[in-house]
Design a protein around this ligand. Structure first.
Ligand SMILES: [Zn+2]
Length: 298
């Protein structure tokens, strides 16, 4: 007999951990109910009402959604996740359907405590099925509807979920070098949609040499093929997976290019064992005015 069960987030996570899945999942699809609205919400009775509507009016075997979320953050397990849902035509077989009890065409998501629970539920689902935030979809991508409401933005939603994924909590992403599939542990993590990685192991994995001068100058120099003119330069913590094109002003970009040229020149002098200031031959990687500062290769 189909029914629904209210659970805590911890119980939801436990439930996911214990799932024996008979089907593969590659999408998490987000909905709103539209009707009932958040204002009409009356706890689990509302969830049961949606299930009865889906069963007796639509003629389905159970609630079409796997998970429903109420405005105060109440979380409900509905149709078993093991079973194919009935929430998004053409996508039910390999997805999980999560629905907010709300009408986000008009109701304000910022005043909806359940949104936070929704982010965490979706993050937990991504973790359980080993998916990235690109696997999060809004129903409206696949149907001529506004679902889950015009006041929700997919990119922002994905970013909020990313902040709540395990990798954002400090677990390593696996950076895989292609070709060859060599894996590098480099304290990479996802922040929003930007992949941040510790430069040293990543650059070394790519065959570059790293000169860590964070303490001295707040910079890390990354040296490529000596004499070949190939180099990269960065500062501190951050190779960005998605450069923020268009967000930097023209002046800022010019400054950045000048900075990179400056660093490249320093890297060139370092490579040739020249003092950065006077270009006299010194060894290794030091200004001749600063004897003893050369032991930077650890
Ligand atoms: Zn929908």
């Amino acid at each position: 007999m189909p029914s629904e069960r209210q659970v805590s987030l911890a119980e939801f996570q436990q439930h996911l951990n214990n799932l024996k899945m008979p089907r593969a999942i590659n999408e998490v699809i987000v909905h709103h109910t539209w009707s009932p609205t958040a204002a009409q919400y009356r706890g689990i009775a509302t969830v049961a009402g949606v299930r009865r509507y889906h069963m007796h009016v639509r003629g389905w075997s159970d609630n079409g959604y796997h998970v429903m979320i109420g405005p105060p953050g109440d979380l409900f397990l509905c149709r078993p996740i093991e079973r194919t849902g009935a929430h998004c035509l053409g996508h039910n077989g390999r997805s999980v359907g999560v629905s907010f009890i709300a009408n986000f065409d008009v109701e304000n998501p910022a005043a909806y405590a359940g949104l936070e629970v929704g982010y965490r539920v979706v993050a937990a689902l991504l973790g359980r099925f080993d998916l990235g935030t690109g696997a999060i979809h809004f129903h409206r991508e696949f149907a001529d509807k506004t679902c889950p409401g015009l006041r929700l933005d997919l990119t922002a939603f994905r970013q909020e979920v990313a902040k709540r994924t395990e990798s954002a909590a400090g677990a390593d992403l696996r950076i895989v070098l292609l070709p060859g599939s060599k894996e590098i542990a480099c304290r990479a993590r996802l922040e929003g949609e930007v992949t941040r990685a510790d430069l040293r192991p990543l650059a070394e994995g790519l065959g570059y040499e790293v000169l860590d001068r964070i303490r001295e100058e707040g910079k890390v120099y990354v040296r490529g093929v000596v004499g070949g003119g190939e180099w990269m330069a960065g500062s501190g913590w951050g190779i960005s997976g998605e450069p923020e094109r268009g967000r930097r002003s023209r002046a800022r970009r010019r400054r950045d290019r000048a900075e990179v040229r400056h660093q490249a020149e320093e890297v060139r002098r370092d490579a040739e064992g020249l003092c950065r200031r006077c270009s006299r031959a010194v060894f290794p990687y030091a200004d001749c005015a600063q004897p003893g500062a050369g032991d930077l290769l650890r």
